[in-house]
Design a protein around this ligand. Structure first.
Ligand SMILES: CC(C)(COP(=O)(O)OP(=O)(O)OC[C@H]1O[C@@H](n2cnc3c(N)ncnc32)[C@H](O)[C@@H]1OP(=O)(O)O)[C@@H](O)C(=O)NCCC(=O)NCCS
Length: 203
């Protein structure tokens, strides 16, 4: 079994760290990158996407790219090629047994995911981010380091919540929205909107 980490940048290397810490049977890991800067990164080979097809016995992938649109495009590409999405959870993350984690998710160390939460497909929860009880993160959501999403929040598909932002309980963030770093979301955010500041306002 070979795990393909798509994206050999910073988040890709952090994802590799999480895989290497995992107690699960070790995968062989290779990076896949559309613009490789080196033949090897952190001890792993880097392939361009076109070369993945020709490799045998390679079954799983995870897209380690923060941008939701790029992540969706690459997830569709590799799913179409017959690879299965893997889920990577750093063993130092705290994940409730009452949480549901979808395929292709990456949860880094010190992420906290509470009970009753539902994470869709290809969601990223970075280190020190916390996801409150009964919150829903739809497909391709990115939660950046240290963000605090309270209970019963919905973050719709393809949205990004920036570092150290806080989203108050019960709020809804529409699809493809962006919450700036350190913002405090006190009201619902419309789809496609960018909000910043304390309290968060459209920019
Ligand atoms: C809000 C954000 C999306 C804006 O990105 P951008 O459009 O490229 O913004 P720029 O850097 O060009 O800054 C434009 C203006 O917005 C301000 N600004 C940028 N981010 C801001 C934020 N989070 N809160 C308040 N103001 C912000 C800048 O000071 C600048 O103001 P000025 O024109 O008065 O100087 C981005 O700054 C951000 O916060 N992204 C989250 C990123 C993150 O958490 N990264 C962690 C990675 S691990």
């Amino acid at each position: 079994m070979t795990l393909h980490i798509v994206g050999a940048g910073g988040f890709g290397r952090e994802t590799l760290d999480a895989v290497r810490r995992s107690a699960a049977p070790q995968h062989d890991v290779i990076f896949v990158d559309e613009h490789p800067r080196a033949a090897r990164v952190d001890g792993c080979e880097v392939l361009e996407p076109g070369r993945v097809d020709r490799e045998g016995n390679q079954h799983e992938f995870v897209v380690a790219i923060a941008d939701p649109l790029a992540r969706r495009r690459l997830a569709e590409l590799f799913t179409h090629r017959g690879l299965r999405p893997a889920t990577v959870v750093d063993p130092r993350a705290v994940v409730s047994g009452g949480a549901r984690i979808g395929p292709g998710c990456v949860l880094l160390g010190q992420a906290f995911v509470s009970t009753g939460t539902v994470l869709g497909a290809h969601v990223h929860v970075n280190y020190h981010a916390s996801i409150g009880h009964d919150t829903v993160l739809e497909d391709f959501v990115t939660i950046l380091p240290g963000a605090n999403i309270a209970g019963s929040v919905t973050v719709a598909a393809g949205s990004t919540v920036g570092s150290n932002a806080a989203v108050l309980q019960g709020r809804r963030i529409g699809p493809a929205a962006t919450v700036g770093a350190a913002a405090l979301v006190t009201r619902d955010v419309s789809g496609g909107q960018l909000v910043v500041g304390v309290p968060a306002r459209p920019r």
